[in-house]
Design a protein around this ligand. Sequence first.
Ligand SMILES: *Cc1c(COP(=O)(O)O)cnc(C)c1O
Length: 262
Amino acid sequence: MTAYMDHKDLTNDSIDEERARQIADGVRRTMDAVASAEVSSGREIGSVKLLAATKTRDVGEIITAIDAGIRLIGENRPQEVQAKAGGLAKRLLERGLTLGKDVPFHLIGQLQSNKIGKVLPVVNTIESVDSIELAEKIARRAVMRDMTVGVLLEVNESGEESKSGCPPSHAIDLAKRIGAMGGLELQGLMTIGAHVDDERTIRAGFAHLRRTRDQILASGADGTEHCTELSMGMTNDMALAIEEGSTIVRVGTAIFGPRAFI
Ligand SMILES: *Cc1c(COP(=O)(O)O)cnc(C)c1O
């Protein structure tokens, strides 16, 4: 278990008024920022989905964000998916909403193969698939369960060693092979923006991911026809990502405030 999980009860679902107001304001501000980036880049309003990145946040904080309008959530760690899923599902049902349907659940962090069984029953889409080996293991488990799970191919566009993701030069080949696997639906590509100040560098990575997605779709290869999503953009670079064609921005800090744990 990650250390912070010993310090914070992630299943807590009561939240004080002040904190609830902060989160509701964060959701509103972030939705406004997404909408104005859509407008300024000439894109249709509503073409970008806002995913709340909920790592380190408890059930009460996440439900507050959903009450303020969030309809897509993403966790980094399988342990957190498992710790929160029950409480989230219960609170959502009280609101007439179903987790995984009205509020889809994505895994956006690294997945070790021994944790696949933990997340498969809960998440709709795994955004962090970056190798054939991992894709094959997920596919095998999904087929065993007679289900199909969405996947995004994660690409390391910045080349930074600290980041996961396949090399950009392998992305098209990997996407075609993943698309052909039973039990998986290849829904698009994901990347984490370069950790630099230079806007042009960040933008170039996002633009390259978009061109890669376009080439995969144009290939017409079996199983690539749903490869439409571009999950790119976080608190600090979401406007750039939207200008470069993002369809999913993953935002934590701008919604919930700074994280007390990593
Ligand atoms: C934490 C995280 C985010 C959100 O980051 P913020 O800077 O807090 O918006 C997005 N994507 C991934 C993969 C993350 O781990």
